[in-house]
Design a protein around this ligand. Structure first.
Ligand code: MG
Length: 377
């Protein structure tokens, strides 16, 4: 997954990812059904935790501790319980990423066994059968790149609009303030001067005073959102920023559990009518944990429409459609092939349709399907 891009805090020159395949004994068309998963992006491959703890626990478990009651399907909720055997609460580290990676593959497999797309399974189990036939997506890019100036940034953004995106996101905080302002104004020029079509992301870089200064500078541009102004676990900072920011505040991609998310809701001062929650189901123990996070949010008066997951993976697209979230990230030009849509996905005025293939549809993602296939050959 390595590339030369960087945000305000890290570069991706040595970035790695884990990919897993869960092979079942359910045979269709002469082939066993297989679920696929990978660990989103921005966190390194959790290979050791997968190999030493999570995979052996699943392989050693008795079948009934992994299966649905009637024995006809895998149960990701039970599997999660098995994976977390003998794990203390709290901390998380890369453990939540390892569990989330396998969780993605388990849901892919469960939907394939039911022979339908994952979003339909989720809608029926958790959303009274309701789903969104298309999901709002935005193009995350605008990274810092060696030798990249404002002209190249404009070209990149034009490319996203040509693909069918309406809204884009760029990095801030990795250059002097004046340069970031020039970048923001250049992109606004490309998107027709509409602030609601541009989000900015500081990747947790700023101190409290810097974060507030940026909030004040960004205000007049009326942007889509101001993402990760400071350290993701500094709830007092978020509360202070939310108090002054007229631009919606977005955060959550680096919170890895329902309890951490609850602390953000309790103490982060975020506003349920406008701010944006970006918990990434894969980085944070998987969809099983994410369902608990959505329940927690409902108890605190937050709509699932305020959730726009980080990660740009097709898993997030299915979750957004099946559970009625507010949208999903997309990486049309970075983190390839992990950032690609499945073949057959259409993108129109900022909304993506979902593939009707069983499961998540990774067999139809160019390049990614080859990586997954190599795991089972
Ligand atoms: Mg971000």
């Amino acid at each position: 997954m390595a590339s030369d891009i960087r945000n305000a805090v890290i570069d991706f020159s040595r970035m790695t990812a884990s990919a897993v395949a869960v092979v079942s004994d359910v045979v269709r068309g002469g082939q066993p059904l297989v679920g696929f998963g990978f660990n989103s992006n921005g966190r390194y491959a959790p290979s050791g935790i997968l190999r030493e703890r999570m995979i052996p626990r699943l392989l050693d478990a008795r079948p009934e501790t992994l299966q649905a009651e009637d024995g006809t399907n895998i149960d990701p909720v039970k599997c999660r319980h098995v994976m977390m055997t003998n794990e203390k609460p709290g901390g998380h580290g890369e453990r939540s990423v390892a569990v989330g990676t396998i969780d993605m593959a388990l849901w892919d497999l469960a939907a394939k066994i039911e022979d339908r797309p994952l979003y339909r399974l989720l809608a029926d189990r958790y959303n009274d059968g309701r789903f969104d036939p298309k999901v709002e997506v935005y193009a995350a890019g605008g990274y810092y790149y060696p030798g990249k100036g404002v002209d190249q940034l404009r070209d990149e953004i034009r490319g996203y609009l040509d693909m069918g995106f309406e809204a884009v996101k760029i990095k801030i905080g990795g250059a002097p303030l004046e340069e970031d302002v020039r970048r923001i104004e250049a992109v606004l020029d490309v998107v027709g001067g509409e602030g609601r079509r541009l989000a900015v992301d500081a990747n947790g870089r700023f101190s409290l005073s810097e974060a507030i200064r940026y909030a004040e500078i960004l205000g007049p541009y009326r942007l889509k959102w101001y993402e990760e102004p400071g350290d993701p676990l500094d709830y007092a900072l978020h509360s202070a920023v939310a108090e002054v920011s007229t631009v919606p505040v977005a955060t959550g991609e680096n919170l890895f559990s329902t309890v951490d998310a609850r602390n953000l809701i309790r103490y982060g001062g975020l506003r349920p009518d406008r701010d944006v929650l970006q918990f990434d189901p894969v980085l944070s123990y998987g969809l099983v944990e994410y369902l608990g996070t959505l329940e927690m949010l409902a108890r605190h008066g937050w709509s699932p429409r305020r959730c726009v997951p980080h990660g740009g993976h097709p898993f997030g697209l299915h979750i957004a459609a099946g559970l009625g979230l507010g949208g999903n990230e997309a990486y049309p030009k970075v983190f390839q092939p992990f950032g690609r849509f499945a073949a057959g996905t259409t993108l129109d005025r900022g909304f993506a349709t979902l593939p009707e293939a069983p499961g998540i549809g990774y067999e139809r993602v160019p390049g990614l399907c080859d990586i997954f296939r190599s795991l089972v050959e």
